[in-house]
Every structure is written in C-alpha cells, then in structure tokens.
Design a protein around this ligand. Structure first.
Ligand SMILES: Nc1ncnc2c1ncn2[C@@H]1O[C@H](COP(=O)(O)OP(=O)(O)OP(=O)(O)O)[C@@H](O)[C@H]1O
Length: 959
C-alpha cells in the first residue's frame, strides 16, 4: 500500500520542529503516523538519531516506528538500532546500567545497581519474591504487627508500592525523598472542597433535600464494627439537610504515623531486598532513573536531548511526564495522545497529564526546579494542534462514539459532559454503509455467534477492501471485544461447541494463568512438604488472611483437607496425572488446564515424577514470558476475540462490543485493599487492628468510611473503554448484552433488539456444581466453587484469634449432636448458649440438612449446595438456623447471602408456610433474623463474584 499523504494539520506537526507542541486528538486521526513522520523529518533536517528521544509504550511500537522511519529517511535499520526510540522502561534501564551504579545512594541505600541487575518483568515471579520478602519483614518487625494484621493480600501491598513510585513518592532509608511525606498526608483543603460538594443540599419540589453525603451515610454503621471512638449514625447525621462541617476535619485528621512507618519500612526494605537479589521491577527502574536525573545535574545535562517526543501521552504516569521533562534540554517538546483513550488508570496513567497539559507542565516545572534549576526552558507557549480527520471509520460510527463519553455508567450517575463537549471527528470516507445495532438475549453467547453467522458472506455487512471497493465479509473481518477476559473465554468455548472459528490474538501466557500458578504451588509442596512458597499460594487462594498464613507456615499446622490432598497427589504416577487432579480439585475444566496437562506430560515424558525439574521448567517459562497457543485456536479465517485493552491501537472492519452487562461493564466491586493511597486523602487504612475490647480484632475505620463517601467512584475510564472499543470499528459496529444490560448499553442512543438465537450448541445445559460454604470459616475450598461463588470471604478475619476453624467445627459438632438428641454435655460458654437456645425451640428439629438450589446465571445453570445447620419445623412456620462463632457481626452481609440460598430451598420444600432464616451467634447468644435476597439478586451476586474484573490486569504492558 502507498504511504498516505499527510493532511494540513498533520503537516504542521511534522514540520514544526521547534517549541512545545501538543496533539490531543481522537482515534484514527493519524497521530502515530504524524509523529513518526516528524521524527523522519527531524533527521532530514540534520538532527542525529541520538539527539531525539521518541518514547512509545511498547517495545513492538518502538520497533514498528523504527521501521516506518527507515522507510522515510536515509538511515538503515541497523543505523537506528541504538537510537533512543524506546519505552520509558528500556530507556531508564539503559541509563541505570550505564550511569546508575550509585543511584540508590540518593535514597541513602548502600546497595548498588550493577551490570548483573536484571529487570524483573514477570509479575507472577515478583509476587512470589515479594511474599518471601514479606515473611522475613514480619519476623524482623514485630512493631508493625498491628498494621500487618489488617492485610489480606501481599500483592495489594506491592501494588501500593508501585502506585507510590508512579506518583513520585519515594522512601529514603530514614524518611521520604523530597516532599514525599506531604503527599502521604493528603491535602485537607482539597478534601474540604470535595466534602462541601458532596454535602451541598439538593433541590427538591418542596425546598432543599438532604445532601448526597448525608444520604450515603445512612446505614453508616450497618454491617460494620467500628472502634468505640466512632460517632453513631445519629450523631453523624444529626443536622439536616447536610451533615455538620466539623465532620470533614474529624474524619480527615487521623493519627497515621504507625501506618506511614509501616509503609515506609516495607517500601524501602523491599527496594533493598530487590537490589540485593540483583533485580529491579519497572517501578524501581523509573524511580532510580528519576532520582539520578534529579540529583546528578551534570549527568542530566549531558544526557538531555535536543528533541523529546512522546506518543500515547494519555498513558503516561506523573513520574513519566516528569522524566520526559528532565530529559529535555530545550523546549523542543512534543506530545501526542488522546484523553478519550486513556484506559490505563490501573497502571497509574494520569489522564490529567494530557487533559490539563499546560497546567501540569507549569506545575511540574515549578516542582522540579524547587531547590535547583532542572528544567531550564520556558513552558509558557504551547502550540495545540487539532487533528479532526479520521482515517478509519465511517461518519456514523464516529458520531456514535462521542456518546460513549457521556453515557451514565450506573442508574444514578450524572455525567457533567454532553456530546457537544466532545470534539467531533470527520470521516475521511464519504461512504456510509455502516450497520450500527444493538441486541440483547438471555443467551448472549449464542446470540453473538448467531449474528456472526448472519454477517459472514452477507452483502448487508459488506466491508471496504484495500482499494476502497466493497466486498462481502469473512470471519476474520470480525472482532468481538469485551471488557473482561472471562466473557471472551466463555464465548470461545461456546464457539467451539457451535463450530464457529475463533482466534486468540497473540496466544496465551499459559504459565501466568491461575491454573498454572496453583499447579506450581502444589508441585512445590510435593517437592518439599514444607515449601513456604507453595503453601503460601495455596492458603491465600483458599482465603486465609496473611497473618493466618504466617501462623500456619510457622507452625506447619496445614489444614487437614489440604494435607490429605497432598497425600493423594503423592500417590499419582505422573506429573500429568497430578496436574489433572489439581485442576479437578479447583474445578478447572478448560482449554488452559488441558494445554497445561498436555504440555507437562510432553516435557516429563509422561512417566517421570521429577518435581524439581518440572518446577524449574515452569519457572523458566515464566521468566521467558513463554506464550503458548491454546489447542482450540483454529487459525486461518476466524473471528478475533480480545479484551478492549488488548484491542487498543488496532482496527477491525466489524466490531461487536459484547457483554455490556450490569456487573461486567463497569465491573462490579473494587479491590479490598486495606491500605490505600488516594488523592486527596493520602494514605489510609480501611480497617484497623485493635484490642479495644480486650482481644485483637479488626475494626472498620469509620473515618475512611466518611472520607470515601466524599470521593465517589469515577466511571470516566469505563466510558473511555467503551469509546476505544467503538472506535476500533471501520465498517460496522454492534453491541450485545444479556438479560441485564449495563446502563452503558441502555443509555446509548440505540434501539436494542431482543433476539432468540437459533444456533445449535452441544452441551449447553451442562450443570456446573458450585458448593456453598456452610460452616465458615472452612477455607480449604476449591476456587471457582465456594465461598467465591457467592460470598466475599475476605470479611472473615476472626479466624486467627484463638477461636478459628477448629473451634467453629467443635461448636457445630456439639450443636448437631445435641439437637439430634445424643445427650452430649456442653463444655464452655458457647456450647452452653447453644444448648439453652436449642432447649427453647419448639417444633421438629432437622440437623445438617443438605440443600441444593439451582440458579440461572446468564445462560448457565449453576447449582449451589450447602448444608443447613438446623431446621425447626412447625405447622405454622419453618425456621432456619445457622450457627456462627464470630465475635462480631461484621460478616453478616456475607452470611445473608448464604442464608438466602437456604431460604429459597426451604421455601420450595414448604411452600405453604412462612420461612424465616436466622443466625445464632454462639459468642453472644444473640439470634438475628435475616432478610433473604431474591433469586435474581442471588444470580447477580454469583455472576458478580465469578466475573473476573481483570481485563485491565492482562497484557502486562510496559508503562
Ligand atoms: N493523511 C492520511 N491519509 C490517509 N491515511 C492516513 C492519514 N493519516 C493517517 N492515516 C491512516 O489512518 C490510520 C490511523 O492512523 P494512526 O494509527 O496513526 O492513528 P492514531 O491517531 O494514532 O490512532 P489511534 O488513536 O486510534 O491509535 C492508519 O492506517 C494510517 O495509515
């Protein structure tokens, strides 16, 4: 194909070689094309490759740019081999290898960066190392016990470190680098403004109605256990229509010294740990490069570039923007991007870098020039170049895509932007042949496949070929884009059943899947029965808190069921058989699992049981980021299924944006990170460990509850994801949803059609067994089954406080035998309470009743099964009783889900009587009746918990 001729605006960017230029333009407007041409033009104008820094976000993009530059100038590929066209990370890596030996000394760290310091890219391996670090850290720092006790996930702490590094908050050995600590404290003035905004009274028909904040604090104490210093809900909401302003300060001001010290010590000691083991992660590379450039003035001046250009600028983090400034010798600084395509917030991309480019430029210059002039060029004049012509899509697709940025993502959210506020794009083509449609179906997967079959070879869906003529479409013109990975995988399975060819883009990093991680853990346990690395993964996966994991590892008191499983594995003949048994236990019956079994069988000859060898093989594969094609990829003419994140930068003739459903897009929930860093409230704990009532316990932090109510959840990135998905389409654009479409779907200006798919798929009514956990805690439960099927088991923190699993089992055992009339004698207060309670009951008692509840989740039938502790049946009513040995009621919301399942089972058994589900707390003797969830709610809860929300976590992009 011939190279396009730049349009006038693109030419302006290509030829404007002096000064600061910013392009913030829509999809497909030729930004990458123009910046590549600009680079070639600079070389033609006499700049040497080493004078020009061109930053991209992936190594592939860097290579592609070099190829395109070579085509436009006199340089060969080999001449450009070492040219600084690279990612931030590889640039920083090279800088540190050459000049950075002593960079750690600027943080008062004695360890050095050496020639053998490796870049550790693999997050799975890093998480493993971080676990090792953390267990050493805990032993060395008993003073941090209280903060450590609140944690439930080591990777969340590692994520926090990455976040702080991306935002320029670095530790020194004895404190914080520059004004890092100020950032951790947060900014009360800015918070006060947010508080005032959320707390402004609303207008009702009869005057002012209560503020959003007051409203969202109703139920302030529900299902929470606060420390005694917390205000009651009545106190907090004693004024109307807003809550009293004094609560802004009361909530914000909190003694966070212990927390800051904990985070500081983990952060700096982890850096030291990494350096001593000769590795740095992406975050630390940038951190040290930044410190080095800040502190070594001579070096900074010597390495600075005459020209700095950044592509995909919307994906830069704060530290990356600052790095780019430190690397610029003059104001020849050019960035291109699109705020509407900023979808890497979870990797700390700061959309404000491009949205408020000029303000940030000035602010960062001021900051960097604090005690020394580091940015020595004027930033007052910025030339903004608009690009409006789109070379990808038809006008109707472009017009609709603007709506993506203004639709409300929830039922109640109001978006303070209208379509008019979004710059429109002009299609380069005059042709208007697009089909734009939306459909819903109870069987969404089948409906999509059905539609695909209709599209292929259909003139109504004709697509433009390279010469601009229309031709009928084939499978490989079609891409199905999804917000989360899970839906794509499900669709692939369904497509296989229906013989529709589907391809994954770029294969799968098989050894990074959950399946492989669990298998590796069990192999480690088989290789060494006390393997900390193996047990830590297995126990965390089963839902134990970090403190519990530590305790179990310390004492070697592994759960009986897990030990028994290890014994069963030991009896297996081959690694393949072991793998199969591990996958059976965790309910993995998919292409990944079968590929892993087949691969390991091949590698191990199918017979030997050399665990050490297998472990090394998996580790090496992880290190090499080995990608494997999954067996069911047909190749050739097939549709592409990928996440929206993976589709960024690509284009497809026909796009189906699928699974635009409630709880999936936007994904429901959020992390359960106990330590958070949020703007402008700084570093906070959502839970606090205290012995306020005589024994250690985790309390909810009431201050965080109030603070977070003022922050709200920002769905802008979800809208941008929708925009990215839509703007991948060249010719036709479709949307699909299931029984419960997302507001993102419903609020688009489209009239969805409800369809009943005709496509035949074998095995569609397969039933998936999902066990409901009954006697919580009972954490040794396969993943994908209970408790993850329905409950958020992270609320069960009580388990390490002397009562724990065994205690719970003992009480349940006593209760069962006592109610069954076995004449057992109570021992201890809880058992006495249970006895008294049972003595009071009137009616026929049934103990340990099995309960099975079929639930439709999407188009799948799921059976939730559990065991009901006690049923008390009379002619008038049926009472369900579930014993809980918890010391508090803070897990009640989760128990409600469990009891709701029992309620529906029992209600079906006794349709003529009222059924009341209740909890009996053995610690207090309190009996609490719960309000059951409806079947629809249960189905939604299962879907929500099953849906993996990690579209964003895949494709570990270099950022
Ligand atoms: N002036 C032009 N004439 C014809 N085609 C062009 C022109 N400029 C760019 N294109 C083509 O438009 C397509 C999109 O270009 P490019 O990928 O550079 O856009 P972009 O703005 O970076 O897109 P996105 O933001 O969606 O990643 C490419 O196929 C490119 O070759």
């Amino acid at each position: 194909m011939t190279e396009p001729t730049p349009n006038a605006r693109q030419r302006e960017l290509i030829e404007a070689t002096e000064g600061i230029h910013v392009v913030d333009a829509g999809a497909g407007t030729g930004k990458t094309f123009a910046i590549t041409r600009r680079y070639a033009n600079l070389l033609r104008e006499g700049y040497e490759p080493e004078d020009v820094l061109l930053v991209t976000f992936t190594n592939n993009a860097a290579t592609e740019m070099k190829e395109r530059v070579v085509a436009r100038c006199d340089y060969s590929m080999s001449a450009l081999r070492d040219a600084p066209i690279s990612t931030f990370h590889s640039f920083c890596h090279n800088l540190l290898l050459e000049y950075g030996a002593d960079a750690p000394s600027y943080l008062d760290i004695d360890d050095q960066i050496t020639g053998s310091t490796q870049l550790l890219e693999n997050e799975v391996i890093e998480a493993d190392r971080f676990r090792t670090f953390l267990s050493q850290f805990v032993d060395a720092h008993p003073e941090h016990e209280a903060v450590f006790r609140v944690l439930n996930d080591p990777t969340a702490l590692l994520e926090l470190i990455r976040e702080l590094a991306a935002k320029g908050v670095f530790p020194t050995v004895n404190g914080w680098y520059r004004d890092g600590e100020v950032s951790l404290d947060g900014d009360f003035e800015t918070f006060e403004k947010l508080f005032a905004e959320a707390n402004g009274p609303n207008e009702g028909a009869n005057g002012a109605t209560q503020s959003d904040l007051r409203d969202s604090l109703s139920g302030f104490e529900r299902n929470r256990c606060f420390l005694p210093d917390a205000p009651s809900e009545d106190e907090l909401r004693d004024s109307y229509p807003s809550i009293d302003d004094r609560w802004a300060e009361e909530a914000f001001m909190e003694d966070r010294e212990a927390l800051k010290e904990f985070v500081h010590d983990v952060y700096v000691e982890y850096i030291q740990f990494a350096l001593r083991r000769n590795y740095l992660n992406f975050s630390f590379l940038q951190l040290f490069a930044f410190v080095l450039l800040c502190e070594d003035h001579a070096l900074r001046e010597s390495v600075a570039f005459k020209q700095v250009m950044v592509d995909e600028f919307q994906d830069t983090s704060e530290i990356q923007f600052k790095l780019a400034l430190l690397l610029a010798e003059t104001d020849n600084f050019c960035v291109v991007g699109d705020w509407k395509q900023s979808i890497y917030g979870f990797q700390y991309a700061a959309v404000e870098n491009i949205r408020s480019f000029e303000r940030r430029l000035r602010e960062y210059k001021r900051e960097l020039n604090g005690e020394h002039k580091r940015v020595d060029f004027p930033v007052e004049e910025v030339n903004t170049i608009p690009l409006r012509r789109n070379y990808r899509s038809t006008q109707s697709i472009l017009d609709l895509s603007r709506h993506a940025l203004t639709v409300s993502a929830t039922g109640s959210e109001s978006v303070d932007r209208t379509v008019k506020d979004i710059d429109g794009l002009e299609a380069d083509t005059d042709r208007e042949h697009s089909t734009i449609a939306a459909f819903t179906s109870e069987s969404e997967h089948e409906a999509i496949l059905d539609r695909i079959e209709t599209i292929v070879d259909n003139d109504a869906y004709a697509v433009e070929d390279d010469s601009g003529d229309l031709r009928t479409p084939s499978y490989d013109d079609i891409a199905v884009l999804t917000r989360t990975r899970r839906f794509g995988r499900e669709l692939q399975t369904k497509a296989d059943e229906c013989a529709v060819p589907v391809a994954y883009e770029g294969g799968v990093k098989l050894f990074e899947t959950d399946q492989a991680i669990l298998l590796l853990a069990w192999l480690r346990i088989l290789d060494d029965e006390d393997s900390r690395r193996g047990w830590a993964v297995v126990l965390e996966q089963a839902g134990y808190t970090l403190a519990e994991v530590e305790q179990i590892l310390e004492t070697g008191a592994y759960p009986d069921a897990m030990v028994a499983f290890r014994e069963r594995l030991t009896a297996r003949e081959s690694v393949g058989a072991i793998a199969r048994q591990v996958f059976d236990r965790y309910g993995y019956d998919d292409a990944y699992a079968s590929s892993l079994v087949a691969l390991l069988q091949d590698v191990s000859d199918g017979t030997t049981r050399n665990f050490g060898g297998m472990i090394r093989f998996i580790e090496r594969s992880l290190d090499a980021e080995a990608t494997h094609e999954i067996d069911d990829n047909p190749g050739g003419d097939s549709i592409t299924v990928q996440t929206i994140h993976a589709a960024k930068g690509l284009e497809h003739p026909i796009v189906i944006v699928a699974n635009v459903n409630r709880y999936s897009f936007p994904p429901s929930g959020g992390g359960d990170d106990r330590i958070r860093y949020e703007d402008p409230i700084g570093l906070r704990q959502t839970k606090l460990s205290s012995t306020a009532h005589g024994r250690p316990h985790l309390y909810d932090n009431w201050r965080y509850r109030v603070l977070s109510a003022c922050l709200g959840r920002d769905y802008d990135e979800e809208r941008r994801l929708l925009y990215v998905a839509m703007t991948r389409a060249q010719d036709h654009l479709l949307f699909s949803a299931g029984a419960e479409p997302s507001p993102l779907f419903e609020n688009l200006p489209l009239e969805p059609e409800s369809v009943d798919p005709e496509i035949e798929a074998a095995g569609i009514d397969r039933t998936e067994q999902t066990r409901l956990q009954v006697s919580i805690p009972e954490p040794d439960v396969p993943a994908g089954q209970s408790p993850h099927a329905l409950m958020d088991d992270r609320v069960f923190e009580d388990r390490d406080e002397g009562r724990g699993i065994e205690f719970g089992n003992r009480i349940h055992d006593f209760a069962e035998r006592y109610a069954a009339g076995e004449g057992v004698e109570p021992a201890g207060e809880d058992e006495h309470r249970v006895r008294d309670f049972i003595d009071e009951l009137e009616g026929e008692l049934h103990v340990e009743e099995d309960a099975y509840l079929p639930v439709s989740v999407g188009e799948q039938e799921v059976t939730i099964s559990g065991v009901i502790d006690l049923l008390c049946v009379t002619d008038e009513q049926v009472e369900i009783v579930d014993y809980k040995t918890d010391l508090t009621r803070d897990a009640e919301d989760e128990y409600r889900k469990q009891l709701s399942v029992y309620y529906h089972v029992v209600q079906r058994l006794y349709p003529d009587r009222p059924v009341s589900p209740s909890i009996f707390y053995t610690a207090s003797g309190e009996r609490v009746t719960v309000e059951p969830h409806s079947m629809t709610e249960i189905s939604g809860l299962i879907e929500r918990n099953r849906d993996d929300t990690i579209g964003e976590r895949e494709e570990p992009q270099i950022r």
